[in-house]
Design a protein around this ligand. Structure first.
Ligand code: GUN
Ligand code: ZN
Length: 452
């Protein structure tokens, strides 16, 4: 019988034990334990409880003392492009020009496996340095881009979903393929990576304009063959894009219908942006139990539009937060939530800190159909979490000192916080990042070996 590894951490904790179906009352549904004890065994949560005097018998060597820190479930990024890391912050263009001028040239470099490996390592370190433990990730059209990313994520034991871009028109020749090639290469990648350890595969047609009807038929065929893969694409981001889709697919009843008629809507389908949806499209997303990724920094940076959070709750469509790097301007989920708040303000919607943290954790896990595995500290959940230093600058310290409760403190964090506030990131029960060292810190934290 093998020994099992038990780890105990003492800190403050904040999470949501259950899914929510409306934003009012989310503050009451949150679980905040100011002085708590989290027990992990073999990478899973055993329990989260209040610290009690009876726990004193646990010798100091058996408890990692993080008093003063706040532990949240690891952030879930439901939409990001790893090959765009090196072009984040590209000046001056909106979506379609931005793709041609900046994105496609950068993605062309991923034919080189060595480049893909270097950038995969860098990308995953950025996620971890920002407290993100799960992401749904676009690769490029090159299978080697996805092989590199999955290999690196597997070593870190991250729960990561990714896929090779499928694209056969309206892009440079070096980034397009035939539908048959796209099918074959995607199929091989699914067989190599899907459900291997904590990894999952997402069929990734870039968006309707770069997909011929024949390519979409191949995506549909793959979804039929591998029904538990994810589907990850863009939808209704930019007005010019939407008008273009209508000319490219005149027989369809709007943008979403292009995907829907190919049976690409459904529980594991994630549509990034969804900014200019028509009424029937909201209804279709609800009826098919599809999910949306809300990417505020990208939507503001590209001038694409404002996501309608109020409508999202009314229509009961699953949704998570996305950074959408490199159209998005940060890997950091706290900053992303701060921008989401401003998107709400422009529409008279008050995004509370509790709601924001919900979307970035359990809500995101639900959007990815992973809420049975990650997203909170319920027993049996995989132990992915972020240790937050609530105040790392004189301004943050001053403002925190003038905050009355956890909700105000969380709101200050999402307004003033950034990667400096991420003290540690834990994946599968192990500390894989800690700020002091700025390095990959596998095994940095004490874990006590006890007989199983
Ligand atoms: N639509 C199609 N491709 C992209 C992309 O790479 N980024 C964004 N933001 N939108 C897209
Ligand atoms: Zn995107």
């Amino acid at each position: 019988m093998s020994d099992s590894v038990v780890t105990r951490l003492r800190a403050s904790f904040f999470d949501f034990p259950a899914l929510a179906d409306q934003p009012d009352g989310l503050a009451d549904q949150a679980r905040y334990i100011e002085d708590g004890l989290l027990t992990l065994r073999d990478g899973k949560v055993v329990s989260l409880e209040r610290w009690q005097p009876a726990h004193q018998h646990l010798e100091s060597t058996q408890v990692i003392d993080l008093r003063g820190k706040l532990i949240l479930p690891g952030f879930v990024d439901t939409h990001i492009h790893y090959p765009q890391t090196e072009m984040i912050g590209a000046f001056g263009e909106q979506l379609l020009e931005w793709l041609n001028q900046y994105t496609f040239p950068v993605e062309s470099q991923y034919h080189c496996a060595a480049h893909a490996a270097r950038m995969s390592a860098f990308f995953l370190q950025q996620l971890l340095a920002n407290g993100t433990t799960t992401a749904l990730v676009f690769g490029t059209v090159h299978p080697q881009s996805v092989d590199a990313l999955f290999s690196a994520a597997e070593q870190l034991e991250m729960r990561l979903i990714a896929g090779k871009v499928m694209m056969d028109r309206h892009a440079p020749p070096e980034l397009t393929e035939t539908p048959a090639q796209s099918y074959q290469q995607t199929r091989e990648l699914i067989q190599r990576w899907h459900q291997r350890g904590r990894l999952g595969y997402a069929l990734t047609p870039r968006f309707a304009p770069t997909s011929s009807p024949q390519l979409l038929e191949k995506v549909q065929q793959l979804k039929n063959e591998f029904p538990d893969t994810w589907l990850h694409t863009h939808l209704s981001e930019n007005q010019q894009e939407i008008a273009w889709v209508k000319t490219l697919f005149p027989a369809h009843d709007g943008y979403l219908d292009v995907y829907h008629q190919h049976q690409l809507t459904g529980k594991r389908s994630v549509f990034a942006h969804c900014l200019h949806l028509e009424d029937r499209e909201w209804q279709c997303l609800h009826d098919t139990d599809s999910a949306m990724a809300f990417c505020p920094t990208s939507n503001l940076f590209l001038g694409s539009g404002l996501f309608n959070l109020k409508r999202r709750w009314q229509q009961r469509v699953r949704m998570g937060m996305g950074t959408d790097v490199g159209a998005g301007t940060t890997f950091n989920m706290l900053q992303t939530l701060g921008e989401a708040y401003k998107v709400g303000q422009l529409q008279q919607y008050k995004l509370s800190a509790a709601e924001a943290i919900y979307h970035a954790t359990l809500g995101g896990a639900h959007a990815l159909d992973l809420d049975d595995k990650i997203g909170n500290f319920n027993p049996g959940k995989e132990a992915d979490f972020v240790v937050i230093d609530p105040a790392v600058s004189p301004l943050q310290q001053l403002r925190m000192a003038n905050s009355d409760d956890i909700h105000q403190r969380l709101f200050v964090l999402m307004t003033l916080g950034d990667d400096r506030n991420i003290a540690q990131t834990w994946v599968n029960g192990k500390c894989v990042w800690q700020r002091e060292s700025h390095t990959h810190a596998q095994g940095c934290c004490q874990a006590t070996k006890l007989p199983g």
